[in-house]
Design a protein around this ligand. Structure first.
Ligand code: HEM
Length: 516
C-alpha cells in the first residue's frame, strides 16, 4: 500500500517536475530573485532531492553538509512545505529574543496531531494567542513555580528510594554485580514522579506501567501514522484501516488517562465537603489546576475531557523521556571520564546528610554538579531541534525575508557545538561552566550559547524542574554507586533519533554500591 501511495505521489508531481526540470538546468544560486534564505533546489510537491534520496532522519547530516555552501540560515522544502533552519547561536538570539513575538507561533497541527492535542489545545501545540497564554501561565504559576515544586519533594525522595532499590536488586550484590541497562530504570523513575505530580497519587506499579504503555504507543504513533497526514481527506478512504488502527490507539490512551482524571475530580469534590489535605496527598496536582481553569475564548468555558487528557499527556511526555535521556547521557560521560565522576563524588559527599541522602536544599552548594549537568545538556541535548516555530508576519533575519507563516526550526545540537563559542566542543568538560560568578544563563536571554530548552517566549516552561530533577538524581546516584563498565567494554556515544536523541547502544553499567 505504501509503495503504491508513493507511486501515486510521484505521478501527481510529474507534471510539476517536468516544468521545474528546465529550472534545474540553471545552476542553483545562493540567493535568487526572492529574498528567502538560500537552499538547494527542490522539486515542487516532492521537495528537496536530497531529502527524497536520504529520508527525513538524515536531516542533521544534510544540514551540516549544506551549511558551508549556504550559510547559517537555510531553506529546505520538506514535501510541499518550506521550512527554514537556523544553525547559529547569534541568529537564534536575534530571532527568539530580539524578535520574540514574531517567532512564537506554531504551525497548524497535522490531522493526527490535531486529534492527539485536542485541536491544538495543549501548550506545545497551541498557536501564540490567548489559549496558549492561559494554559502556559497555569502550568508555570500553579505547578512549576519554585514554591509549588517544593511541595513535591517527598515525591522525589519516594522515587529516589524506588530507583536505588531497583538498581540494587537488578545489579546484585558486590562482588557479583551484574551490568544493568540503566535507561529503563531512569524512565520508570521519571514516570513515577511525573505521574505523581500530574495526578497527586502514588499509584502502584501496575497503574504506572499502564500509563507508560499508552503514552509510549501514542508517541510511536506520530511516526507510524505519518502517512495519514499526507492526503487527509482522500486518505480517510485510502487508508481506512490505518485510520482505524490510529483511532484505536488514541481511544486506548484516553481510556487509561481519563478515569484517573475523573477519580481525582471525585476525590476533590469529596475533599471540599470534608476538608482535609491528606485526602489529596497534601499536594495540588497538575490535574487539580485544570478542573477550575476557564478559557476566555468560547465565553469562558471550562476544559473538556479531551483537553484535560491531552494536557496531562503533554505534561507526562514533557518531563519523562527528556529527563531520563539526559540522565543516561550524563552517566555515560561519567563512566567514560572516571576523573570527572571522582571529582563529582568528592564534592557531593561533602554535603551528604546522616541518612545518606543528598538533600534538595544542599544542591545549590554544589557548583560542579550544576556544571556536569549543563555540560551534559550542551553536549547531548535530548532534543536536537526545538519544536517547529512559525512566524506571525513577514520578518527580516540576517538580510533575508522569513515570509509570514513560514515554519522555522532551530538546530539545537549544532548550536551547542559552535566552535566560536566552545573550545573543543566535542569534549565533555564541565569546567567550562565554572568561574562565571553570575552563573550560566540557560534561558539565553542575555546571549545564546546553547539552547537545550529553547529560548524566548516558547522556552520550555519546565527547565527549572528539569534541572532540579537532573541534579537531585545525579547527585544521589553518584553518592550511592560507583559507575563503570565491564572489563573490555567501552561506552559508545553514537546517537539514535527517537522521540528524543538517545544512545544508539544504551548504556550497560556496572554499579557498585559505595555504602554497603
Ligand atoms: C531535560 C528536560 C527537558 C528538556 C531538554 C526540554 C526541552 C524542551 C524544548 C527544546 C522545548 C521546545 C521549545 C521551543 O519550541 O522553542 C520544550 C517545550 C516544552 N516543554 Fe520541555 N524540556 C524538558 C523538561 C520538561 C518538563 C519537566 C516539563 C514539564 C513538566 C516540560 C514541559 C514543556 C512544555 C509544556 C513545552 C511547550 C512550551 C510552549 O510551547 O510554550 N519540559 N521543552
Amino acid at each position: 500500500m505504501e509503495l503504491w501511495f508513493i507511486f501515486l505521489l510521484f505521478s501527481i508531481s510529474l507534471a510539476f517536475f517536468l516544468k521545474s526540470l528546465i529550472n534545474l538546468l540553471i545552476p542553483s544560486s545562493k540567493s535568487n530573485n526572492s529574498k528567502l534564505p538560500p537552499g538547494p533546489r527542490s522539486f515542487p510537491f516532492l521537495g528537496n532531492i536530497q531529502l527524497i534520496r536520504s529520508s527525513f532522519a538524515d536531516l542533521e547530516p544534510l544540514l551540516r553538509r549544506l551549511r558551508p555552501i549556504y550559510g547559517p540560515i537555510i531553506t529546505l522544502n520538506i514535501g510541499p512545505r518550506k521550512a527554514i533552519f537556523i544553525i547559529t547561536p547569534e541568529l537564534a538570539h536575534q530571532a527568539l529574543i530580539h524578535q520574540g513575538s514574531a517567532f512564537a507561533d506554531r504551525p497548524p497541527a497535522a490531522p493526527t496531531s490535531k486529534i492527539i492535542s485536542s485541536n491544538q489545545h495543549s501548550i506545545s501545540s497551541a498557536s501564540y494567542g490567548p489559549v496558549w497564554r492561559v494554559l502556559r501561565r497555569n502550568l508555570s504559576s500553579e505547578i512549576l513555580h519554585p514554591s509549588r515544586v517544593k511541595a513535591f519533594s517527598h515525591g522525589r525522595k519516594w522515587v529516589l528510594d524506588v530507583l536505588i532499590q531497583n538498581l540494587r536488586s537488578e545489579s546484585g550484590s558486590d562482588p557479583d554485580t551484574r551490568p544493568v541497562f540503566v535507561l529503563l530504570h531512569f524512565q520508570y523513575a521519571m514516570f513515577c514522579l511525573l505521574v505523581f505530580m500530574c495526578y497527586g497519587e502514588k499509584y502502584d506499579d501496575k497503574v504506572i506501567r499502564e500509563i507508560q504503555r499508552v503514552q509510549k504507543s501514542q508517541l510511536l504513533s506520530f511516526a507510524k501514522f505519518a502517512i495519514l497526514n499526507l492526503l487527509p481527506k482522500l486518505g480517510k478512504i485510502l487508508f481506512r484501516k490505518k485510520w482505524a488502527e490510529f483511532n484505536k490507539i488514541h481511544q486506548d490512551h484516553v481510556g487509561v488517562l481519563l478515569p484517573l482524571i475523573k477519580a481525582r475530580q471525585e476525590k476533590k469534590l469529596h475533599h471540599v465537603k470534608h476538608a482535609t489535605d491528606e485526602n489529596l496527598g497534601n499536594v495540588t496536582a497538575y490535574v487539580d489546576t485544570l478542573f477550575d481553569l476557564t478559557l476566555s475564548e468560547d465565553g469562558g468555558r471550562k476544559l473538556t475531557d479531551d483537553e484535560m487528557v491531552s494536557l496531562c499527556s503533554e505534561f507526562l511526555n514533557g518531563g519523562t523521556d527528556t529527563t531520563s535521556t539526559a540522565l543516561q547521557w550524563i552517566i555515560a560521560e561519567l563512566v567514560k571520564n572516571q576523573d570527572i565522576q571522582l571529582k563529582l563524588f568528592n564534592q557531593v559527599k561533602e554535603v551528604v546528610s546522616p541518612d545518606g541522602e543528598i538533600k534538595e536544599e544542599d544542591l545549590e552548594k554544589l557548583p560542579y554538579l550544576r556544571a556536569v549537568v549543563l555540560e551534559g545538556l550542551r553536549r547531548h541535548p535530548p532534543g536536537h531541534f526545538v519544536l517547529p516555530h512559525r512566524v506571525t508576519q513577514d520578518v527580516e533575519l540576517d538580510g533575508y525575508l522569513i515570509p509570514k507563516h513560514a515554519s522555522v526550526n532551530f538546530f539545537v545540537a549544532e548550536i551547542g557545538l559552535n566552535p566560536k563559542v566552545w573550545e573543543d566542543p566535542m569534549e565533555f568538560r564541565p569546567e567550562r561552566f565554572l568561574g562565571d560568578k553570575e552563573g550560566f544563563d540557560v534561558t539565553g536571554s542575555r546571549e545564546i550559547k546553547m539552547m537545550p530548552f529553547g529560548a524566548g517566549r516558547r522556552i520550555c516552561p519546565g527547565w527549572g524542574l528539569a534541572l532540579l530533577h537532573l541534579e537531585y538524581f545525579l547527585a544521589n546516584l553518584v553518592m550511592n554507586f560507583m559507575w563503570t563498565v565491564e572489563d573490555g567494554c567501552e561506552v559508545d556515544l553514537s546517537e539514535k533519533q527517537e522521540f528524543t536523541t538517545v544512545m544508539k547502544n544504551p548504556l550497560k553499567a556496572c554499579i557498585t554500591p559505595r555504602v554497603k
